[in-house]
Write a protein that binds this ligand. Structure first.
Ligand code: FEO
Length: 395
């Protein structure tokens, strides 16, 4: 990625990863990503905020050379995860006078994960600052957006907040700033769903912490920079709010068509009642799409056949994921079929311990669904529709 100037003396020097399609060997990245790093030249000192994934360290080095940087005083580590910290070693090799600046928790993690020596790290606490001469960096500890050690760096004179993972998006784009808000909204929502959603309460606290800060630019370490900070701040406020949308999501698998028939019937029954329905065939779906749908949905109905004695393994995987992502779902149920018995229902219920949902009576049928089973599905659709109208919903 070429060097881009955010403002005089402030440069984007990170890397775009156009081809990356999987993060943490788990999260699909249909739009690639970027690892943003920012160089700030003060009148006396120079600081680098975050680095890049180790696979891209040649790019950050070449960007710094292009800018003619001979000395870096501080490498600010806002987060210890390797996609931001993984090139710190290389930077320290090339700029031996540089010190890593981070909080005590992040220091421990950098020493554990990257074996960075103790003497190379300076620690700062919440609301402490360092001066670069005519520019000042304020550090704001923001735990659990994404790990326990995460922090923000605020460039006081220019009112720029560097948030690392927080408010970012996995989006490879040549635009430095957000150009098309609709596209970035989708990417940022997917990112929130896959990475930030489990930390909804921590996000509330951290948003509160920065609410009085005058912010002109938000510069995350993934995706484009926000020169209209309210765009992403308002989106986050909606996503973390307790309000839900009148939506039902249905992750499902069908082996021989029985569960599939139930899903088809049930989807229609919900649509007839004016609800938005999002079925996800787990043999085909991108798991990130499912995570995104979980951000706002009021209800989840998991639909599974019985394999041996339990749910289909793809349902186990999706249910586990739903449970760890901790969406703000209010209602849950299960539908599906079995050949002769089993404990599919019990296993699914046991996996949803993190969710604060009311469980509505499931519909599990033997074999292909029959007339009375369709009536049960009508009853379930009616109950979900009625209960959703009693919730605080957003349009
Ligand atoms: Fe982009 Fe938590 O690392």
């Amino acid at each position: 990625m070429a060097v881009r100037e955010l403002k005089p003396g402030i440069y984007s020097v990170g890397a775009i990863d156009w081809d990356r399609r999987l993060f943490d060997e788990l999260i699909p990245l249909p739009d690639g990503t970027s690892y943003n790093a920012y160089l700030i030249k003060g009148s006396e000192k120079t600081a680098l905020i975050d680095t890049v994934d180790p696979t891209k360290e040649r790019e950050i080095i070449s960007n710094l050379k292009e800018l003619g940087i001979n000395k870096i005083d501080y490498v600010i580590a806002n987060h210890a995860e390797q996609d931001h910290s993984g090139s710190i070693h290389k930077i320290l090799m090339i700029y031996p006078d540089a010190k890593v600046v981070t909080n005590p928790k992040c220091k421990d993690m950098l020493m554990d994960l990257l074996l960075i020596p103790d003497e190379k790290i300076i620690t700062v606490n919440d609301r402490e600052s360092i001066s670069l001469g005519d520019k000042t960096l304020d550090f704001i500890l923001a735990p659990w957006v994404h790990w326990p050690e995460t922090m923000f760096t605020y460039l006081r004179e220019d009112r720029i907040l560097f948030t690392c993972d927080f408010l970012g998006s996995h989006l490879a784009t040549s635009n430095l700033y957000v150009v098309d808000e609709a596209t970035v909204y989708e990417a940022a929502k997917r990112y929130y769903a896959e990475i930030m959603m489990p930390f909804r309460m921590a996000i509330k606290r951290n948003l509160d912490k920065i609410k009085d800060l005058e912010i002109k630019i938000i510069a995350p370490s993934h995706g484009p920079v926000y020169d209209r900070p309210e765009f992403i701040l308002n989106a986050y406020k909606e996503w973390i709010s307790d309000e839900v949308k009148s939506e039902v999501i249905i992750p499902y698998i069908s082996m021989h068509g029985s569960t599939g028939k139930m899903v088809d019937y049930f989807v229609d029954a919900l649509i007839k009642r004016g609800m938005t329905v999002k079925p996800f065939n787990l043999t085909k779906t991108d798991i990130g799409e499912l995570a995104m749908a979980l951000v706002d949905a009021a209800a989840i109905v998991i639909a599974s056949p019985t394999v041996l004695i339990g749910p289909h393994p793809n349902i186990v995987y999706a249910t586990y994921l739903v449970n760890v992502l901790r969406p703000k779902l209010k209602l849950a149920s299960v539908i599906g079929s079995c050949g002769w018995g089993g404990k599919m229902l019990e296993h699914i219920k046991e996996m949803l311990t993190n969710l604060k949902v009311d469980v509505i009576e499931p519909v599990v049928v033997k074999g292909y669904p029959k007339e009375e089973d369709f009536k049960s599905l009508e009853r379930l659709a009616e109950e979900i529709s009625k209960r959703t109208t009693q919730l605080k919903t957003i349009p």
